[in-house]
Design a protein around this ligand. Sequence first.
Ligand code: ATP
Ligand code: MG
Ligand code: MG
Ligand code: MG
Length: 563
Amino acid sequence: MRVSQFFLSTLKEAPAEAELISHKLMLRAGLIKRLGSGLYTWMPLGLRVLRKIEHIIREEMNRSGALELMMPAIQPAELWQETGRWEVFGPQMLKIQDRHQHDYCFGPTHEEVIADIARREIKSYRQLPLNFYQIQTKFRDEIRPRFGVMRAREFMMKDAYSFHVDLASLEQTYQRMHDTYSRIFSRIGLNFRAVAADTGAMGGSSSHEFHVLAESGEDAIAFCPTSDYAANIELATTMPRGNTRLEPSGAMQKIATPDQKSCPEVAEFLGVPLEQTLKTLAVTANDQFYLLLLRGDHQLNETKVRKIPFLANFELASAEQIIAEIACPPGYLGPVTAKAKIVADKAVLEMSNFVCGANEAGYHLTQVNFGRNLPVPELVFDIRNVVAGDLSPDGKGILEICRGIEVGHIFQLRTKYAEKMQATYLDESGQTKVMEMGCYGIGVSRIVAAAIEQNHDAQGIIFPLSIAPFQLSIIPINYHKSDMIRSEADKLYQACLETGIDVLLDDREERPGVMFADQELIGIPHRLVIGERGLKEGLVEYRGRRDEAPRMLPLKESIAFIT
Ligand code: ATP
Ligand code: MG
Ligand code: MG
Ligand code: MG
C-alpha cells in the first residue's frame, strides 16, 4: 500500500476523553473514530488489525474442529422468554420493536439462538459432538462504556457453542477450547494467563477466563507462582486462616476510604439487573465486608454469592451506613435491617442485611424478612477476600495478585439452556436425552486495545508482528525530488509485495520526521529508510520498532532480513 493512496489520519494529541494509553494511541493513530458513546468506526488502518486477529482466531477455531456459521444480530424476544433471560439479563440488553410492535433485542450473546438451532437440527447422538462459532457484532448497553473499544457498547466477539451427549464429551471440548485459546493468544503475541472464573450471567458450572496481564486491567487475579493455581479474585480462595466465625454486627466499626459506587453501578458490578429484586446481604468476616446477592425469584439454585472487592475497604457501623456510603440517590434504596444466621461451611455467620430496590423500574421493597421472603443461602466458599501473601488453596505456595484484561471466557453451561429450551437428542437406545452445552467467547475488538496496553512506548504503538496493520514501512527520503530514490523505493516496494510482505510505502511529500513519527505512532514493526548516501553504497537503513538504534543493511539483503 502506498500512503498516498491510503488513508492515514494521525493526531498529535489524544482527545481529552481518553484515559487509557491504548485508547489514546488508538485515537491518535487513527485506528478508530468515535461515533457516539461506546460506538466506534474501525478506520481502514484499524480494520487491518482487527481482520488479522479474526484470521488467527478462525484458523485456530477451524483447526480445533469448530464449524463457522453466522447468526442474526437481532433476536426475537420469544427465545429469551423461554430461558427467562428476557427479564433477567437486565439493562445491558438493548430491546427494540419492529413496525408490528414485536419485541427483539440486539444480541448481547447467542446461547438462545444456537440452542434453538440445536433443538431443531440435532436429532441423534450420531451427530454429536458439535461446536459452532461465529465472529460477529454484539451490543451490550454497558452502564459505563469507556476506554474506547476496551469496553464498548457495540463490539466484535467470537462466540462458540458446543453440544454433547454427556459431560465427558463436554469436558473434552472444553479442554480443547482451553488449548485453542492459549494458541490464539500466543500467536497474537500476548502475555496472558488463564484463570478460574465465576460463571456470571451465563450460568453453568466450570468456567475459565483468559486475561491479558496489564496494570490497567479491570480485573484482579490471584495466582501462585509456584503452582498452576490462578483465579479471578472474585472466585479466589485461600487455605483457611484461623477462625471464620463472625463477630456480631455490633462489632463492626469504622469506615475506610470508600470507593463510591452508585446503586446502578453496584447492580452492574454484580451482573444482576436492577429491575429485578436485588436482595443484598451485608456480611462481615475476619474484618472484611462482603455482600451476598440473592436473585429475586427466591430459588436457592439461583442464589449468587459474590465478593465485592470495592467494599472490602469498608468496615461498617450499620447497613444504613453502607447504603449511605455507596452513594445512592435519596429514596433510591430502601434499607431493610434484619438479623439472621447463615450456615456457611459449618461456620455460623451473624449478619445484617439490606435490600436494594429499584424505584426507577417501579419496584419497591418493603418488609422483606430473612427466612420468609429470602431464602437461606449456602455459602460455597471461604468468603474472606484473598490478599497477596495468602496461602494458595493447593497449599503449594504463596498467592500474588496482578491485574488483567479479560479477553476470553469459556464456560461449561451443562444443561441450563438445553433443558429450558428442550434441546434433546435420541441416544443409542432411542431414549430422549438433554444435550450438554459449552460456550466460548473471545473479545476480538478488545484484543486490539489489550495488545496496545502491553506493547507501546513514548512514540506510540508497537504492534506484535502477527497483528500489525503493515509489517514493514519503507520511508524514502526525497522520493519526489530524486529519480534514483524513487526508482529504488518503487522496486523494493514491488519486491516486498511479490514476497507477500504487508508493506506500506510512504510516498508522501512530507518531511522525514513526520514520516518517522507516523510509522512509530501506528506501530509498524519494521522500517527501511532509503536515502541517497546509503544507496550509493548499496545500503538501506533498517530499524526494528523496539531497536535502540538503526543499522545499515545491504539493499539486496533487506527483504531476506525481514522475512
Ligand atoms: P466484562 O467482565 O469485561 O464485562 P463479560 O464477562 O461481561 O466481560 P463475556 O460475556 O464473558 O464478557 O463475553 C466474552 C468476551 O467478550 C469477554 O471475555 C470480553 O473479552 C468481551 N467483551 C465483553 N464485553 C465487552 C465490551 N463491552 N466491549 C468489548 N469487549 C467485550
Ligand atoms: Mg460484562
Ligand atoms: Mg467478566
Ligand atoms: Mg466474562
